[in-house]
Design a protein around this ligand. Structure first.
Ligand SMILES: CC(C)(COP(=O)(O)OP(=O)(O)OC[C@H]1O[C@@H](n2cnc3c(N)ncnc32)[C@H](O)[C@@H]1OP(=O)(O)O)[C@@H](O)C(=O)NCCC(=O)NCCS
Length: 182
């Protein structure tokens, strides 16, 4: 899938002014990324509306201060944020962790996710570690997306601290695959 002719989407590092729009996009797409997630309640949305912006400010600030550990990029159409992605490569961790990739519903299926993913992958290459991503298996679109990117399911994970634990697929991209351009 390619961008609609004439649709000029650019990608760039995130800055603090992006936080409100990123939070709004995150909330808008949260249910799509976690279908059937019983913890995603009205109260949770209200909490995200009140606190999500400062959470994203902290994450963006971390990516500016420690760019080798935190990655946060956005996709722009004109002056509107139409996608974002982030990742972490913490010191001492065996893996790089994908922490989210979200594209606005109006811009899906036009290659925006793939472009953000390519930037994130380029960043991860220098860490020379395998990449892991937790995905809800029912999120078929996301599973398809990662599998097309070369990820394979290596495990399942349930967060034992949640009242209604969700089962995540643990998706992994090995070091050798990461070294290939893609
Ligand atoms: C998953 C997501 C990020 C994909 O972004 P996108 O911009 O639509 O993806 P792209 O257009 O770059 O397409 C890349 C791949 O996604 C899949 N895809 C795109 N549009 C699709 C559609 N309409 N139906 C099914 N799969 C589709 C395809 O596998 C496509 O492969 P291709 O390279 O052969 O065309 C986006 O759908 C999204 O934000 N979903 C909600 C949030 C979410 O689930 N995030 C977790 C992501 S791991």
């Amino acid at each position: 899938m390619e961008l609609t002719p004439g649709l000029s989407v650019t990608i760039r590092e995130s800055t603090l002014v992006d936080a409100p729009e990123v939070n709004a996009l995150y909330i808008d797409r949260k249910f799509d990324s976690e279908p059937g997630y019983s913890n995603f309640t009205k109260e949770r949305i209200e909490w995200l509306c009140e606190n999500g912006e400062s959470r994203f400010c902290n994450l963006i600030e971390a990516s500016q201060q420690y760019p080798e550990c935190f990655f946060f990029w956005v996709a722009m159409y004109r002056d509107e944020i139409v996608g974002f992605t982030r990742a972490e490569a913490l010191p001492g961790d065996f893996y790089v962790w994908w922490r989210g990739l979200t594209v606005s519903r109006d811009f899906e299926g036009q290659g925006v996710g793939r472009r953000l993913e390519a930037a994130r992958r380029g960043w991860a290459r220098s860490s020379d570690r395998p990449i892991r991503s937790l995905v809800i298996a029912d999120n078929k679109r996301s599973m398809d997306f990662l599998q097309k990117q070369g990820f394979v399911r290596v495990d399942v994970f349930q967060n034992p601290t949640l009242e209604n634990p969700i089962c995540f697929s643990v998706m992994e991209l090995g070091r050798s695959a990461l070294r290939q351009p893609g």
